[in-house]
Design a protein around this ligand. Structure first.
Ligand code: ATR
Length: 270
């Protein structure tokens, strides 16, 4: 048994995704939403293994605070400063990992002909999602990251933490960073249903860039459509959500689940 811990947790697509995989692979298991308030988090993490849980995903607002409660924190979770995947080990130890960066990279690898080493990457935004994206881009060998965020101070913090391969621009000049870029990522919430569009200029972008968005409602954001008009390969954000769930499911239930059209279609169905 596994679940997703959050507050609120009703919006999470994880129960639908893991429930689909459990059924598809004929696994006798459950995956449930677990609405747990901040004040109850430590106690819940102690109780869940005793109730038969083998692990859990973690979502807002617990992704950061869960690190302080874990016995073992993977390097990538420590680097990102947040965890999204927990394993309740048989020896009683709580293991915390972050698979968001893995999901991001797998989505690009499977959705495009993408060579991260081909040239600079542009990252728009400097929130929680940007941390996972930046950590994984550096890990796969992107030579340079150009970062811009509406609130400049947040991008400066990321540069200070993640090091010299990162340069920071003002948000207003983000379009200038597109020159020569081979990977472009929107990690902001702009373009999501109900939010303003992401209006960063793509006039300097070359068709050689692979462009992706972490937004997946809508699946085809106006930003991706503009990049496609330039001639770029584009990859929507749904695959990141699906791929980040793979390592947890495999650890908890012993089967590596497929991220394919059937999985995508199931998640998109109401
Ligand atoms: P997440 O964990 O999903 O990254 P977040 O930490 O709230 O969420 O970050 C949201 C990102 O979207 C931030 O980079 C934010 O910019 P600020 O740091 O300036 O807040 C960006 N964002 C949200 N609304 C925006 C807007 N209207 N214009 C520009 N950037 C925006």
């Amino acid at each position: 048994m596994a679940g997703v811990i959050g507050a609120p947790v009703g919006h999470s697509k994880s129960p639908k995704l893991h429930g689909y995989w459990l059924k598809r692979y004929g696994i006798d298991g459950y995956y449930v939403p677990l609405e747990i308030a901040q004040a109850d988090l430590a106690e819940a993490l102690r109780m869940l293994p005793k109730l038969g849980f083998v692990g859990a995903n973690v979502t807002i607002p617990h992704k950061e605070s869960v690190l302080g409660l874990a016995d073992i924190v993977t390097d990538r979770a420590a680097l990102i400063g947040a965890a999204n995947t927990l394993i309740f080990r048989p020896d009683g130890k709580l293991h915390a990992d972050n698979t968001d960066g893995y999901g991001f990279v797998e989505n690009l690898r499977s959705g495009a002909e993408w060579d991260p080493k081909a040239g600079p990457a542009v990252v728009l935004g400097a929130g929680g999602a940007a941390r996972a994206v930046i950590a994984s881009l550096l890990e796969v060998g992107v030579p340079e990251i150009r970062l811009a965020n509406r609130t400049r101070a947040r991008s400066d913090v990321l540069r200070a933490e993640f090091g010299t391969r990162i340069s920071v621009s003002e948000w207003i000049n983000a379009g200038d960073m597109m020159e020569g870029a081979r990977t472009v990522v929107n990690t902001t919430s702009l373009g999501m249903v109900g939010q303003p569009e992401l209006n960063v200029s793509l006039a300097r972008l070359s068709a050689k860039a692979v462009v992706t968005d972490i937004v997946y409602t809508p699946l085809r954001t106006a930003f991706l459509e503009r990049a496609a008009e330039v001639g770029c390969q584009t990859v929507d954000g749904l695959g990141m959500l699906l791929h980040q769930a793979v390592p947890g499911f495999e650890r908890w239930f012993g089967t590596r689940p497929a991220v394919d059209d059937a999985t995508r279609n199931h998640i998109l169905s109401v």
